[in-house]
Design a protein around this ligand. Structure first.
Ligand code: ATP
Ligand SMILES: Nc1nc2c(ncn2[C@@H]2O[C@H](COP(=O)(O)O)[C@@H](O)[C@H]2O)c(=O)[nH]1
Length: 214
């Protein structure tokens, strides 16, 4: 995408979106992916129930607790956490494959996962926190999504403060007032991060060819 066909070889990055449930990160992730062929979504495994419209292998790998435990114990996850009473984990293999191709991986994970990826992948990680405009708007969005029963909505609202208290651990923070504006801001962050000198590993060879060795 950047540089058209004549691309400078670059190191792929790990682009993490976190937010309290309902702030809009899944919607923003879908929008980012729609127009970007250099980024691939990390599809997590989870033990939670499938929501209407969700597909196995696209939104999540829906697995039993036994299967999740087996995957965890065999080291198949790059990170994993218990969120809202269910297990969620990032399968290692896709992430490693995509990064090896010099492409980026997009993660929709909570603060616990973001901390773990930071520990294992440090320099390759870019963390963005999405805040809702207000608590009232967060609750409205959770309800209008109309995919969770009332007790689940209540539980997620009760956990929103705990998730939001981690905002300062992130590199960037976007208050998601308007989807179009937030999408544009996210894309700006992504493009700037791709252009960081240390990620453009093909630059040295290009410059060497232009100016010679000395
Ligand atoms: N800026 C916005 N203005 C109005 N509605 C929005 C905005 N952003 C997202 N929404 C809506 O809010 C609802 C929740 O969004 P979404 O499912 O993307 O949240 P999420 O952060 O991924 O939640 P979860 O962590 O539970 O997966 C959706 O119905 C979405 O269309
Ligand atoms: N640490 C991880 N958190 C994850 C992962 N996959 C999703 N999540 C987070 O869980 C909550 C709830 O998601 P929902 O789809 O049930 O609404 C949300 O904050 C996700 O970001 C994961 O692999 N690891």
């Amino acid at each position: 995408m950047i540089g058209g066909d004549l691309k400078v070889a670059r190191r792929g990055l790990m682009f993490i979106l976190s937010s309290p449930s309902g702030a809009g990160k899944t919607t923003l992730a879908e929008r980012l992916l729609e127009k970007d062929d250099e980024m691939v979504l990390s599809v997590s495994a989870t033990t939670r129930q499938r929501r209407p419209g969700e597909a196995h292998g696209k939104d999540y790998y829906f697995v039993s607790e036994e299967e999740f435990t087996r995957m965890r114990d065999e080291g198949e996850f790059l990170e994993w956490a218990n969120v809202f009473g269910h297990y969620y984990g990032t399968p290692r293999s896709l992430v490693e494959d995509v990064l090896r191709q010099g492409k980026d991986v997009l993660f929709d994970i909570d603060w616990q996962g973001a901390q773990q990826l930071d520990e294992v992948a440090g320099e390759d990680v870019v963390k963005v926190f999405i805040l809702p405009p207000s608590r009232e708007e967060l609750e409205r969005r959770l309800r209008q999504r109309a995919q969770d029963p009332e007790d689940v909505v209540q539980r997620r609202m009760a956990k929103a403060d705990a998730e939001m208290s981690h905002w300062a651990e992130y590199d960037y923070v976007i208050v998601n007032y308007d989807l179009d504006e937030s999408e544009e801001l996210l894309r700006s962050i992504l493009f700037a991060e791709r252009l960081k000198r240390r990620r453009q590993i093909g630059l040295a060879a290009i410059v060497k060819e232009m100016i010679g060795e000395g």
